[in-house]
Design a protein around this ligand. Structure first.
Ligand code: NDP
Length: 396
């Protein structure tokens, strides 16, 4: 077994890792940003500049301290562990909720959270529908709380991308930055990432008027004229949301039929700020330092035209992050992992939670619930194998 002590994000490395170093990266960029005392990366996963966010005091006592039941009150994360009864891949609401439950059941989980940890909520500003936050909470603040809670019970969270796995037998093996991790069970909660058009100009102007997150960046387009690309529910939802800020929104869709639900389309059609353009493809985003418009092509006639715009939101769907697992687990026709009987996969001991399999609900609270279920299923499975003590009824 070739192993190297894992390097936490921000920690100095000494030399290149040994062992079978995979080349494929499952995650995104590598930009760092300080956040309280945590090593949380504020890279946005879309290549654009990190979000500038105020630090919050995650060490502060909650208003009503709740004693830990069934787990230690405070356990420092032990750096350097590479073996665990449970390794969780991904650090969004699903992965970190699974970690909270598993840590409280004394499974001492390791979370391999990615180099842009925290999931899609890191790209979200106001979260007003997560229960328990009466006045709403910023997405990154919510994820910092998830993480602090998981670490409080002894979870080791490492901001590394899993590059490759071997699920052929136990212990399952996972590689991240060339370091091998071994696990008796695995929860895959790698989430999904926004899709892009794939234009050079789109990449160049990301963070300079091109965005894939209306809730993050809509604010910057107050009284501006902007475009939204796509014909699904996301595009219509974002276009409607952006009417809070923009003076005019052009919804640009490549066909004349929509995937979006009728109610969303009707709502947009009734909004005087939204103009819907069908049968148009965006061939280029125009602008040097910032977006100045788009080059359009009529998908029926081929006729080209220019449209001046101050910003462009790409809302053409999400891609589940399955790269490291696609050779091992079942994938559906949309590319999402397939679950059997709630959180199980076709491999005993490997479980799935969150948006990497769920393209229906895609909510933080449903992902968190999924993470809870996966942790309980993993714990019960470990008990059935005699690997974990049979304490499920009281552990949670
Ligand atoms: P969808 O896959 O439903 O729609 C993607 C849209 O983007 C399609 O119209 C597609 O065009 C277009 N598109 C894809 N690739 C390109 C490209 N390269 N260039 C131009 N256009 C492109 O994704 P959504 O994110 O909209 O929705 C995903 C799921 O989430 C759906 O099940 C949806 O119902 C759900 N959802 C529900 C919401 C709600 O209920 N409030 C809100 C948001 C999403 P084409 O149609 O031609 O393929």
């Amino acid at each position: 077994m070739s192993k190297q002590r894992p390097v936490a994000r921000g920690e100095a490395r000494s030399g290149e890792p040994k062992g079978s170093a995979p080349t494929k990266r499952a995650g995104g960029g590598d930009s760092s940003f300080p956040f309280g005392g945590l090593q949380i990366d504020f890279g946005r996963g879309d290549g654009s500049a990190p979000l500038a966010l105020p630090a919050i005091d995650i060490a502060a006592e909650p208003a009503t301290p709740v004693p830990a039941v069934g787990g230690p009150g405070s356990v420092a994360a032990e750096a350097g562990r590479t073996e665990s009864k449970l390794v969780i891949v991904g650090s969004g609401p699903a992965g970190l909720t699974a970690a909270i439950y598993a840590a409280r059941a004394n499974l001492e989980p390791i979370v391999l959270g990615g180099t842009t940890p925290g999931g899609q909520l890191m790209l979200t500003s106001d979260v007003e529908n997560y229960p328990g936050f009466h006045d709403g909470i910023q997405g990154p603040d919510l994820m910092a709380l998830f993480r602090a809670q998981a670490e409080r019970f002894g979870t080791l969270v490492l901001d590394v991308d899993v590059d490759a796995v071997d699920l052929s037998g136990r212990p399952f093996r996972l590689w991240a930055r060339g370091v091998e991790y071994q696990a008796q069970s695995v929860i895959v909660s790698t989430g999904a990432s926004a899709m892009w058009l794939g234009l050079e100009s789109e990449t160049r102007l990301r963070g300079r008027g091109v965005s894939a997150c209306a809730t993050c960046d809509g604010f910057f387009f107050r009284d501006r004229e902007i475009g939204v690309v796509g014909g699904g529910d996301t595009a219509f939802e974002e276009a409607t949301y952006l009417t809070r800020f923009a003076s005019k929104i052009h919804l640009l869709h490549r066909r004349d039929a929509f995937r979006a639900s009728k109610i969303m389309v009707d709502r947009a059609k009734a909004n005087p700020k939204i103009e819907i353009h069908t049968n148009v493809a965006v061939d280029e985003v125009l602008g040097d330092e910032k977006v100045s418009g788009v080059q359009l092509r009529d998908t029926e006639t081929g006729k080209r035209s220019k449209m001046p715009l101050d910003g462009l939101f790409i809302a053409i769907g999400h891609r589940p992050n399955t790269d490291a697992f696609r050779d091992w687990l079942d994938i559906d026709d949309k590319g999402y992992l397939v679950v059997h009987d709630r959180t199980n996969t076709k491999i005993d001991g490997v479980f799935v939670a969150g948006d990497v399999h769920d393209h229906r609900y895609r909510q933080a609270v449903t992902a968190a619930g999924d993470g809870c279920m996966a942790a309980i299923d993993a714990e019960r499975w470990l008990e059935s194998q005699g690997i974990a003590e049979a304490t499920t009824l009281t552990a949670w």
